[in-house]
Each structure stands twice: as C-alpha cells, then as structure tokens.
Design a binder for this molecule. Structure first.
Ligand code: MD3
Ligand code: FE
Length: 217
C-alpha cells in the first residue's frame, strides 16, 4: 500500500552522501524507473551499438561506448571531441529519451543544481577487467553545469582525486541504481574506474553500464 503511493517518486528513499564540494552520491536514485530505463537503453544500443574506440595515442579503450542526444563523445587518432553524428553509421546519435533527461534533471536538482539541461548522454559499458584511467572531463564548454552519472549492473570502484593528477584519490563503490552529481569545484576533479571485478548481476548480467549526462554547449 505505502509502496504504491510512492510509485511515481522513485527517488523518495534514496540517500544522499557528500563525496566532495559539489559532488553528491544518491544511492538507488534510479528506484522504480529501472525497467523503463533499461528498455530505453536497449533501443539506443540497437540504433547505435557499443564500440571500443581508440585514443589519440592509438590504444583501444577497454570500455565500450555509445551516446544519445544532439551530439556524442568520440575519440580516434585525431583526438577527443563531441560529434553530432555517429562515425560508425554516419547517422545522428539517437535522441535522448525524456525519461533519461528527466531522471538526470531530478538528480541534479537533488544535488543542488536546478534547471540542468543535458544535451549529451555518454553510455559506457564495462566487462570484467575493463577500466578507465584517471582523467578530467574538459571537452565541454560549460563547466558551471554539473555532470550526472547513473550506474547499472556490476559494482565498480570509482576513484575520485582532486584538481591535480597527483592528488590522492578517494574510493567510492558505485552500485546498480546509484546516481551521482558532480558539480561546483568537483566538476574538474581527476577521476577514474578501477578494473571491473568478475561477477554476474541479476538484472544486467556480467557487465556494468554507466551513463553520464553532460551539457556540452
Ligand atoms: C567527476 N565515467 O565517462 S562516472 C566518463 O563510471 C567517466 O564510466 C566513469 O569518467 C564511469 O568520463 C565515471 C562518474 C563521473 C563522471 C564524470 C565526472 C565522475 C565525474 C566528471 C567530473 C568529475
Ligand atoms: Fe570522466
């Protein structure tokens, strides 16, 4: 009975944990939107499949990626950038479903950032062993907007440093359904993901997906 009353407010039981100035972790913020979110992701991936891109240095990333929105983040021998079309198909990236946009907007609001209007959602797929080395996200034009991330599937150890590459990173375990908001000073902090441990998630299987919502213009 009580559960039904809250059916349209999936965030109602989410907890809030401050990781750094401007960085807030909302445990299980996905809540009851889980099934609809996964269905929307299936459609995106059918139109724009995951692919492992190459860095400008020529290394193939262990993380596979795709995007939705008015542009998508890509990397190849000529560098990192946002592009309006998928280089694999030449077609525009799939549109960002309103469900995703609204989830990100509500999370940003909970993290203290109102009117977040993301134009890009980068979707990362990790299989066991895949990792992301320490980096800053600075290919966007507007650093006053936060980045909102959504984790699905296997848990990951997220490493969160500071403004300098040498700042010793803290570690946070990001689990299925967790949403985080990274704004203010933390927007430009170095961060990365430790190699994904083996496992089989009951809903997502042997993988982790991470969605990052970005305002790039
Ligand atoms: C903190 N993704 O796509 S999500 C990325 O789990 C990326 O796939 C990781 O780093 C992943 O660029 C981490 C959490 C995250 C995303 C962006 C941030 C934390 C951030 C940008 C600035 C500060
Ligand atoms: Fe990043």
């Amino acid at each position: 009975m009580t559960a039904d009353l809250f059916a349209c407010f999936p965030a109602v039981r989410a907890s809030r944990e401050q990781m750094a100035e401007g960085a807030v972790l909302l445990r299980d913020f996905v809540g009851r939107t889980e099934a609809a979110l996964i269905a929307a992701l299936r459609e995106i991936v059918a139109a724009a499949p995951f692919r492992r891109m190459h860095t400008p240095g020529g290394h193939q990333m262990s993380v596979a990626m795709t995007n939705c929105g008015t542009a998508g983040w890509v990397t190849d021998r000529s560098g990192y950038r946002y592009r309006p079309d998928d280089p694999e198909t030449g077609k525009p990236w799939p549109a960002m479903p309103s469900l995703l946009r609204e989830l990100a907007g509500r999370a940003a609001e909970s993290g203290g950032f109102s009117n977040f209007a993301p134009d890009v959602c980068l979707i990362n797929r990790y299989v066991p062993g895949a990792r992301m080395s320490l980096h800053q996200d600075k290919d966007e034009l507007d650093f006053t907007a936060p980045i909102v991330s959504v984790s699905l599937g296997l848990p990951a150890i997220f490493m969160f440093g500071g403004l300098k590459r040498t700042d010793k990173p803290g570690r946070f375990r990001l689990e299925h359904g967790d949403v985080a908001v990274w704004g203010g000073p933390s927007r430009l902090y170095y961060h990365g993901v430790a190699p994904l441990a083996e496992g089989n998630h009951p809903v997502m299987g042997p993988q982790r997906l991470n969605l990052t919502f970005r305002k790039i213009r």
